[in-house]
Design a protein around this ligand. Structure first.
Ligand SMILES: Nc1ncnc2c1ncn2[C@@H]1O[C@H](COP(=O)(O)OP(=O)(O)OP(=O)(O)O)[C@@H](O)[C@H]1O
Length: 249
């Protein structure tokens, strides 16, 4: 990835402290259009805090963040969403009593102000087809399996018309066959023209899915590059030594 490609997200020296703890320190990276970018790192590295800075849950203590050339460093979540940033959560938070179709329709209404209900429902139904959930449209959200929940969460995020989709450990808790399906879903999202940034602990998933990888440790970026490059980086090997996830893949 190099000059000339459109930049969708640019983080410049982003930092976030909680009291005296520097959870994210001077993190810089560039995310190019059409790219699947992984953020990895051992427990406590600062990945979730970074995702929260990107999506607007937290404001940075310092640094700058650009989405499609716009400064969104201090923008509220809603403005980020309308500017093209979508997020699917690790802990799926649907409206449990509403149907799957209704849940995704809410995403379509929220993401595109001025959208009328029939249009939003139509878009939601299209997304259920794309995410393999059309046959679950009329079920209550709380009846879904974990994989179906994750599909729905991706559909809800896609309903907001993102240019960049942030995924927070969507593979967590899935069986290997299910994870393979989720990998295919993420690829199909990218093939549909949406850039994807994901946090993931499962290294084979990172290897199979990521075009580039940003590695964090102790709040800082310690390596950026292809999967092969970063997993051969001495600082990355050291960071993962003795951790549960290891670098086994
Ligand atoms: N709201 C908060 N208040 C205080 N400290 C926090 C808060 N959120 C995170 N931290 C601390 O910031 C550091 C980075 O945490 P973070 O959750 O971002 O790491 P992570 O890489 O996502 O870890 P994991 O892989 O275990 O989810 C940790 O030391 C954590 O305890």
């Amino acid at each position: 990835m190099s000059a000339g490609l459109e930049v969708v997200l640019r983080a410049e020296r982003l930092s976030k402290s909680f009291g005296g703890l520097k959870a994210v320190q001077n993190v810089s990276f560039t995310h190019y259009a059409g790219e699947i970018l992984a953020v990895i790192g051992p427990n406590g590295a600062g990945k979730t805090t970074l995702l929260n800075l990107l999506s607007g849950v937290y404001r940075p203590s310092s640094g700058r963040l650009e989405l499609l050339g716009q400064d969104i460093t201090h923008a509220p979540m809603e403005r980020r969403c309308h500017a093209g940033l979508g997020r699917a959560f690790q802990v799926v938070r649907p409206f449990p009593e509403m149907t799957v179709l209704e849940n995704v329709t809410v995403g379509a209404l929220f993401g595109m102000p001025g959208t009328r209900l029939p249009e939003a429902r139509e878009r939601a139904y299209d997304l259920l087809e794309r995410t393999g959930l059309a046959d679950q449209a009329d079920r209550a959200a709380h009846e879904l399996t974990l994989l179906q929940d994750k599909r729905m969460e991706v559909a809800r995020a896609l309903a907001t018309h993102p240019r960049v989709l942030l995924l927070d450990e969507v593979m967590a808790g899935l069986r290997p066959g299910e994870a393979a399906e989720a990998v295919e879903l993420v690829r199909s999202v990218r093939d549909g023209g949406i850039s994807v940034l994901f946090i993931e602990h499962i290294m084979p998933v990172v290897r199979d899915l990521a075009d580039r990888v940003v590695v964090m440790d102790g709040g800082e970026v310690i390596a950026t590059g292809s999967y092969r490059e970063v997993t051969a980086h001495p600082q990355v090997v050291t960071a993962y030594l003795g951790t549960e996830e290891g670098l086994g893949a």
